[in-house]
Ligand binder design. Structure first.
Ligand code: ARG
Length: 271
């Protein structure tokens, strides 16, 4: 059953690709391959409208000039049971985003637990709550030390999963929660041991192809029934329909140039 959600998003008003910290950005950062910020804003508005049309609440954080990746709200924190574990980015260019989001959370009445200074933690980009666990990606960004801090802070077991393909540098580019119990994922993004962990934990998972993953299909948001999904992930969309989910295609192709999609743009505030 769908559950109304509370989402936090950030308009891509200052969106651009000015540095390359993942393979998607390398191409877009080339001279002559300018980003169309107006198109990014228009696409982002479609996403916000789609959430609202399906009964979800969308709040926004004010974008900060000079922070071109701030649109990727998922990376700012993990919020579970009203408890907020903040972020500390690997890339120095993104580090100031944490304070901007922390201010929003504090103004909204939440305390924010900061990661230890030597840890890297990129929020829901690498931390996916499902089935009473937090699936926790590592390999490119978030460190295993941060997984332990998250477990200690939330009192929820974290399950470390190793990412091995630089195109899938965040867990949320390779896996998403379909509902409270099940996930969809692309096995090729994970180390052999992590693949086996996922097979054991989620024998009924939707297993996606590389094509669907490269189309950012695994960077989806589900409310338990409606799945906001990249339209190019056609194989995944068919699988979702067969399983009784309702795909809601939303095109964020301009944001993909920075290596981001629907989930990247969405922080779920779970109270
Ligand atoms: N350019 C951003 C980065 O590489 C994209 C972040 C996408 N966010 C996500 N949750 N996967 O950090």
């Amino acid at each position: 059953m769908p559950r109304p959600r509370r989402y936090l998003c950030c308009e891509p008003r200052y969106f651009d690709v000015r540095y390359a910290i993942n393979p998607w950005m390398t191409e877009a950062a080339r001279p002559g391959a300018e980003v169309d910020t107006d198109l990014a804003i228009a696409q982002w508005r479609t996403l916000v409208q789609a959430y609202r049309d399906h009964g979800h609440t969308v709040e926004t954080v004010e974008p900060v000039p000079g922070l071109p990746d701030m649109v990727f709200a998922a990376n700012a924190a993990l919020t579970l049971d009203g408890r907020v574990f903040g972020s500390r980015f690997l890339a120095p260019e993104r580090r100031p985003e944490s304070a901007a989001y922390t201010s929003w959370f504090k103004a909204a009445g939440f305390d924010v637990q900061e990661p230890e200074p030597e840890s890297v933690c990129e929020g829901e980009g690498d931390l996916v709550p499902v089935r009473g666990l937090v699936l926790a990606g590592t390999g490119f960004r978030t460190t295993p030390e941060a997984h332990r801090e998250v477990q200690e802070f939330l009192g929820v077991p974290t399950v470390g999963l190793r990412l091995v393909d630089p195109y899938f540098y965040h867990l949320d580019t390779a896996l998403f929660a379909l509902d409270d119990e099940n996930v969809a994922y692309y096995p090729g993004a994970f180390s052999p041991g992590s693949r086996e962990v996922l097979r054991r934990l989620f024998p009924d998972a939707i297993v996606a192809t590389r094509d669907d993953a490269m189309a950012f299909g695994l960077n989806s948001v589900s409310d338990g029934r409606h799945v906001f999904v990249a339209p190019d992930a056609t194989g995944l969309i068919r699988q979702l329909e067969r399983r009784g989910y309702r795909p809601v295609p939303v095109d964020l192709s301009e944001l993909r140039r920075a290596g981001g999609g629907i989930k990247c743009c969405t922080q779920e505030v779970r109270s």
